[in-house]
Design a protein. Structure first.
Lengths: 312, 279, 440
């Protein structure tokens, strides 16, 4: 995203324009409140995480510096590597499940037919619920003896309803619950973007004899490229917020089958009370999120914000 | 030619039809069960199974939930929500305006900081945020929830507002300046009305975020007086135990206020959420 | 300046003022948890949320406050979740204003606080008041010691782990509760053949699994096995009794003792309790709180069919079959930073073995750790059970605290996670031992 500051300064600017310009431009003071606020409650904690990562602290007393001890522990800690692996699997799986669904649903919902509008308003309902409410509801459904899992488990390959208690099942549950919660949001994105695709493109293609599928592949998909990137970046950074879902649904279990990195960090900080070491894990989390976001944005040329309307 | 186009557009898409029905079932089943369970007695639920229809419709579950203090939780959540949305708008708007209009290099740098701030996950900072809040003597207060919630929502809000303000033509500013307006007046009388849609977006987004927030309340509050509805729900699990209807009634009540807004202002709500990723 | 519609400006200003002041008004920001509010001394007593228990605790608080001149006590139930309670407690203890009194499980749950000098040593107070000291069952009072000093006073009933069974189901099938481990195995096979799940197990919550390991290790190798582990002796995890017990656990799972979906069944939301109450599982190995839960949630079952027995003996085992595991009790401890230490001690002296308080506890089904209760236990809703537990603990040569409370906090998560993996076959006993040895 390029800077929004107006760059054009014509050498031949009229004097009046310059004068009126000078008077009417806000100074740096305008961003002070927001910057201070953000700096204090988001930026400073980030710095503190880095500082804490060089200390050992169990929540009582004061943190003590222990040099690189936490960092070397990180290098040889297999449970952190495990968490990383599980996080990666979950993120990729979620993306693979949510993106096609949201895309297809979004394109479908963009149509103006009456029944689509009615159904869409139902499809968007999960957006209203909090992560906590959603996780708690699904957890209730997953009781293997008295919940839905007891009745329907056998159709899903779990004849005894033991879905959330089995490692693969638990992971699948997290993917499903997260999809239930977030597909509506991404559907919205795709719906809004699809509605902006000029009808003329489709008309021209139909005249040329292209069928629905070809139109989708050659018009819709390319036109949605920016949205796919936005949605994917949001999904990626957002996959760290699956933490709340995991905390309530599985608490990282069974064993450590769904022990994603944020969950592992939380347990290290608030169960093991190893706050210093947990801060190292937190830093790893931040580094990962930032790196991945930057990567996607760079590779997709998003930063150059090429208009999808080029050549019209 | 025209006839062919029309017919192609109108042809029914059976594949999509089937798929949407399947998806509908998937979306609606938990929602249906939440409502159905909350109207059922625990005995009936346990006796006849999770899918059974209530023999007698009862509202006692809702009474139960309110008895357990849910009203206070809802009020607390409302306070946090209004405060967060208001504070976000107050902070983000001048900043976004400055980012779009200012020539200052400092401001440009600040914008880049906010962009990077988009990628900071809140969970990673919970330990220091907790430390900070305790040192500020704000532990176990609603203020404690509002402050980090707003802070982490600022980058996105600033971004959305800045993007919207960028579309305001320079000529309009110049015209108003010629009329004798300073920066404040420009912001107030020109930028503000022109960015109504974006303001709606961020107010909806930050309000919804605050209403459903869980992590900060979990870490930064503990007493019943300061509990918000998400934490209330979380605690109810240990209080309702096998009383699934009671728990589902609580879930329903927690989403009910938003649902009411959805009913009356669906377009506004949806536009708000779509706007987040739209541009 | 120019014309601005009044409405917009007013709206925004109003929103700003409301937005900023409302939380400040409602917040009454505290200077950290447990801060005493102005006026005379108010002592904050933090407890676990437990409706029946909190009612009784408030009785003691009210009785004390009526006549106390040194200070008033205020009960603060924090959470019903033990882990969340422990979290908030740690936050409180680490702040400049810790709670004056707080509920705990003794041993590992408070060792960290003892290490930083955060708790009041009650040894002298107890020594100076022999009547007070003698009012509690010695084994239970001893269990609240750390490094030879007393830090906790029992505040509620004793909670050994008991083998509960469904009386009518057993009668129907002509079975008796098992006295030996071999009989237990036979029972398991029997119920399996009748398509009845032998044991209910809340595997999803992980800690119910621990009870099986605790008893098997105690029966096989005696209490010293865990004492060594808790003391951090090198090689303590490698004890053969531990390895063989883990193997026995695997064997139980493979026999189908817990059914197949136990890993999705919770305990805290009554998943396992419900299974047991409905007769879908024949037995349940659980702490005595299972009785008050069943009385509360499935009264008919609790009053008619809830049977109880000790954990069977293991042939050739070094442990005494009369020993028990579980929670000796919960304790009240006093913060060393409290401004009302004397009042706190007065409260504990006056109320914890007070007749009215103890009788109220008995009425909830609790079996208080107080001496001389034999006849008074008839007032319990389950008198037979209460008397049984009382005698069981008095007879027990040792009472081992639940491992996840006895060990330091950093052991808890690995212990429970690894044990769960052994249950599900994802880890061998040797791997379990290796994993636990690597925890520092």
């Amino acid at each position: 995203m390029t800077t929004a500051v107006p760059v054009a300064r014509h050498r031949h600017a009229r004097t009046t324009e310059r004068n009126s310009d000078r008077g009417a431009r806000p100074g740096a003071l305008w961003v002070l409140p927001a910057t201070l606020f953000f700096g204090l409650f988001a930026g400073l904690p980030l710095v503190l995480v880095a500082v804490l990562s060089f200390t050992s602290w169990n929540g009582l007393g004061t943190p003590e510096f222990n040099g690189l001890a936490n960092w070397s522990r990180l290098m040889s800690d297999s449970s952190v590597l495990d968490s990383l692996r599980i996080s990666a699997i979950l993120t990729v799986l979620s993306w693979a499940v949510q993106t096609p669904l949201a895309l297809l649903l979004g394109v479908w919902a963009a149509g103006r037919q009456r029944n689509r509008t009615v159904l869409s308003s139902i499809f968007f309902l999960p957006l209203l619920m909090s992560t906590a409410a959603i996780a708690i509801t699904w957890l209730t459904l997953l009781d293997p003896n008295f919940g839905l899992a007891a009745k329907f488990g056998r159709y899903l390959g779990f004849p005894d309803g033991n879905i959330i208690g089995s490692p693969r099942g638990a992971l699948a549950c997290v993917v499903v619950v997260v999809a239930w919660q977030f597909v509506p949001f991404h559907t919205l994105l795709y719906q809004a973007a699809t509605r902006q695709i000029p009808q003329s493109l489709y008309d021209a293609a139909t005249v040329d004899g292209a069928g629905r599928v070809r139109q989708f592949r050659h018009i819709t998909l390319p036109q949605l490229r920016n949205t796919i990137v936005t949605s994917s970046v949001l999904m990626l950074v957002g996959s760290l917020t699956y933490f709340e879902t995991v905390l309530i649904l599985t608490a990282g279990g069974p064993g450590s089958a769904t022990n994603i990195l944020p969950q592992h960090m939380y347990m290290t900080a608030f169960r093991d009370y190893a706050m210093g070491y947990a801060s190292v894990i937190a830093l790893a989390l931040v580094a990962l999120g930032t790196a991945l976001s930057l990567l996607i944005v760079r590779f997709s040329g998003f930063a150059k914000m090429r208009s999808t309307l080029e050549g019209m | 030619m025209a006839v062919r186009i029309r017919r192609a557009a109108g042809r029914a898409n059976w594949g999509a039809g089937v798929a949407t029905i399947v998806w509908l079932a998937f979306v609606i089943t938990p929602l249906y069960l939440i409502v159905k369970d909350s109207l059922q007695t625990t005995d009936s639920y346990l006796e006849h199974g999770p899918l059974s229809l209530p023999r007698h419709i009862t509202f006692s579950n809702f009474a139960d939930v309110f008895d357990k203090g849910f009203t206070r939780y809802l009020i607390n959540t409302a306070i946090v929500t209004v405060a967060s949305a208001a504070l976000t708008m107050l902070l983000a708007f001048p900043a976004a305006y400055a980012i779009v209009r200012s020539h200052s290099r400092v401001v440009a740098g600040v914008f880049r900081v906010f962009l990077i701030g988009l990628a900071i996950p809140a969970q990673a900072t919970i330990i220091p945020v907790f430390l900070l809040i305790t040192r500020m003597h704000l532990y176990d207060s609603l203020t404690a929830i509002v402050l980090p919630t707003v802070a982490f929502g600022l980058p996105l809000s600033v971004l959305i507002l800045a993007t919207a303000l960028r579309d305001v033509p320079r000529e309009l500013y110049e015209a108003m300046t010629l009329d004798g307006g300073g920066s404040v007046r420009l912001m107030w009388s020109l930028a503000l009305p022109m960015s109504r849609a974006a303001l709606t977006t961020i107010s909806v987004y930050s309000a919804l975020n605050a209403w459903n927030g869980f992590l900060f309340p979990l870490i930064l509050t503990q007493s019943d007086e300061q509990r918000v509805q998400t934490l209330g729900l979380y605690n109810f699990q240990g209080q309702f135990t096998s009383n699934t209807p009671g728990l589902m009634a609580a879930v329903l009540l927690s989403a009910f206020p938003i649902f009411v807004v959805y009913l009356f202002a669906r377009r506004w709500l949806i536009a708000g959420m779509a706007g987040v990723g739209g541009k | 300046m120019g014309e601005q519609p009044l409405s917009r400006r007013t709206f925004l200003s109003a929103a700003a003022i409301t937005g900023l002041s409302a939380p400040l008004v409602a917040a009454c920001g505290t200077s950290g948890p447990g801060s005493a509010k102005g006026g005379g001394k108010t002592l904050q007593a933090w407890v676990l949320v437990d409706q029946a228990q909190n009612r009784v605790q408030n009785l003691a608080v009210d009785a004390f406050n009526k006549s106390s001149k040194a200070g008033k006590v205020k009960l603060l139930p924090i959470s019903s979740d033990g882990a969340v309670y422990a979290d908030k407690l740690r936050v409180g203890m680490g702040s400049p204003n810790p709670p004056d009194l707080f509920f705990n499980w003794g041993s590992g749950s408070i060792r960290s606080y003892v290490q930083v000098g955060g708790l009041v040593d009650l040894s002298q107070k107890l020594a100076a008041d022999p009547a007070w000291k003698k009012s509690f069952l010695p084994s239970v009072l001893e269990a609240g010691k750390i490094d030879g000093k007393y830090y906790g006073i029992p505040l509620r009933g004793m909670q050994p782990v008991i083998l509960f069974y469904n009386k009518s189901l057993f009668a129907e099938q002509g079975q008796k509760p098992p006295a030996t481990y071999d009989e237990l195995l036979k029972l398991i096979d029997f119920f399996k053949s009748k398509r009845i799940q032998p044991f209910a197990l809340g595997g999803l919550d992980q800690w119910p699994n621990l009870m099986w390991l605790e008893y098997l290790v105690d029966r096989t190798g005696g209490p010293s096995v865990f004492e060594n582990i808790a003391a951090g002796k090198p090689g303590a995890w490698r004890d053969p009794a531990l390895l063989s017990s883990l193997q026995q656990v695997r064997d139980l799972v493979q026999r189908g003792a817990f059914g197949t979906n136990y890993n999705s069944v919770n305990y805290v939301k009554d998943g396992a309790g419900l299974l047991f109450a409905k007769g879908k599982a024949a037995m349940h190995l659980m702490g005595t709180w299972e009785v008050s839960n069943q009385v509360d949630r499935h009264r008919a079952f609790a009053e008619k069919d809830l049977g109880f027995a000790p954990f069977p003996s293991v042939a050739g085992g070094k442990g005494d079959p009369n020993s028990v595991v579980g929670n000796p009790t919960n304790y009240f401890s006093i913060s060393s930073k409290s401004a009302g230490k004397d009042a706190a001690v007065e409260f504990l002296k006056k109320e914890m073995s007070d007749t009215a308080y103890v009788d109220a506890l008995i009425k909830t089904g609790d079996v208080p750790a107080v001496t001389g209760l034999e006849s008074r236990l008839s007032a319990s809703p389950t008198p037979e059970f209460s008397k049984y537990v009382y005698q069981m603990v008095q007879k027990a040569p040792s009472f081992t605290l639940s491992w996840d409370q006895a060990l330091m906090p950093q052991f808890k998560t690995p212990l429970l996670a690894n044990l769960q993996k052994v249950f599900t076959g994802k880890q061998t006993p040797e791997q379990f031992v290796a994993a636990m040895e690597s925890v520092k």
